[in-house]
Every structure is written in C-alpha cells, then in structure tokens.
Design a protein around this ligand. Structure first.
Ligand code: SAH
Length: 216
C-alpha cells in the first residue's frame, strides 16, 4: 500500500477514536502522525494496522488496539514539558506516540528481541527524545526519575511500590490491575496529602512479569 493509502487509513482510525470519546486533540494528532503500520509485520501491515485490533508482535506479546493506546495516553495528561516512564516497550508504537507529546520518554522492556526492534524503529523515525533499555520495569528507573507520568502496559496484581515512589508531586501512574486474565485500568495521582486512586474501565493486557509483578 502507498504512503497515501496508509495515511487515509490512519485518518479513519482517528475518526473512529473520536467516535469512541477520545477527546484530547494532542493525543488524536499524535496518533494521526505516527505510522502504526511500521510497527507490525507482514500481511497484518496491509490489512489490519489501523483497525481496532490488538496485533501480535512476536514473543507472545501484542501491540494494544488503538483505542487503548489513546485512552491510556489521555489519562497520563502529558504536556510538552513532561518526563514519562513507559513499562512494556513492545513494538515501540506506544513509545512513539508518547515521544510525540512529551519532552522525554524512558521505556523499559524485559524481552531483548522486542526492545531491539523498538530501538531500531524509533531511531528510523528520528525521535531524539527516547531512551529504551532492557530491564525489569517493575523496579522503575530511579536514575532518571522522578516522572510526571508512568504508564504500565502489562497487567499487574497491584501497582509496584517502586513505581509509585518514582512519581513526582502531581504525577500520574496509569496501570492495569487485577488477575492475569483481566484487569481494571487504574490511575494514581501523587498529591501533597498522599496518593489518590481512581478505578476506570475493565481491560485485558498481557501479564507484567518481574520482581514486583507476576512470576515468570
Ligand atoms: N506498548 C507495546 C505493547 C506492550 S505489550 C506496543 O505498543 O507495542 C506488553 C509488553 O510488556 C510486552 O512486550 C512484555 O514483554 C512487556 N513486559 C512485561 N513485563 C515487563 C516488565 N516487568 N518490564 C518490562 N517490560 C515488561
């Protein structure tokens, strides 16, 4: 398919996100720019890159459906000064969306082959504000914290304490909490008087595996 063909499909995806009540114009604009098809392989690239599907990216992992990418990004309330930590780089698609919005994005992935693919794609697209490392994200990345936003893209039994500790005052942590099979999206916000916790909609993510997550 031509670049123009991909762009037309991308515009369709964004119309669909609007009809699903994604409102933040900056998030919609970022998703209209980032070429999602470059993050999926083979036949899927032509047929499904811009539809509402989670897609396989190898190693039994998936790239989230566009709605989930948009919704979780919107909940982070990113601005152009934000420093963001992402756990679960996967293909790097969501990383690219975050990097279009924030000042800096730090991203951790535990599976080396996925991290390497993501690093290559992010470089090819010319993002200069992203650092990706192969590491257990449940311990966070204290050297470069604290963060304005932390986004966990795998399901956890509960929010890992080190991640909550690495939130700046006013900072937001968005994470799916629950069982290995299904979770609820939760947003934490660090306030002067402590942590505010808000439960949002039910979701399904692959498990967060690590020291403060599920066992491998
Ligand atoms: N956001 C990705 C998809 C995420 S799938 C995209 O846009 O493609 C969830 C990812 O979290 C998987 O790649 C999985 O390997 C990773 N993951 C699971 N537990 C992790 C941990 N403790 N630290 C870092 N990454 C983890």
């Amino acid at each position: 398919m031509s670049q123009a063909g991909h762009r037309i499909r991308r515009e369709g995806m964004v119309r669909d996100l609007k009809s699903r009540k994604i409102r933040d114009p900056r998030v919609l604009e970022a998703m209209e720019r980032v070429p999602r098809h470059l993050f999926v392989e083979g036949k899927l690239r032509q047929s499904r890159a811009y539809s509402e599907f989670a897609l396989p990216i190898g190693e039994d992992q998936t790239i989230s459906q566009p709605y989930i990418v948009a919704r979780t990004t919107e909940l982070l309330e990113i601005d152009s000064e934000s420093s963001i930590l992402e756990i679960g780089t996967g293909s790097g698609y969501h990383t690219a969306v975050l990097a279009s919005l924030a000042r800096r994005v730090y991203s951790l992935e535990r599976i080396p082959s996925l991290a390497k693919g993501a690093i290559r794609r992010i470089q090819e697209l010319g993002f200069g504000n992203v650092k990706i490392q192969i590491f257990d994200g449940t311990v966070g990345w204290s050297d470069v914290g604290p963060f304005d936003g932390i986004l966990v893209l795998a399901g956890a039994p509960k929010a890992p304490a080190p991640l909550l500790d690495q939130l700046r005052l006013g900072g937001r942590l968005v994470i799916p909490e629950g069982s290995k099979e299904r979770q609820v999206l939760v947003r934490y916000r660090r306030l002067e008087q402590g942590l505010e916790r808000t439960e949002l909609e039910p979701v399904t993510f692959v498990p967060l595996i690590g020291r403060h997550g599920w066992e491998a």
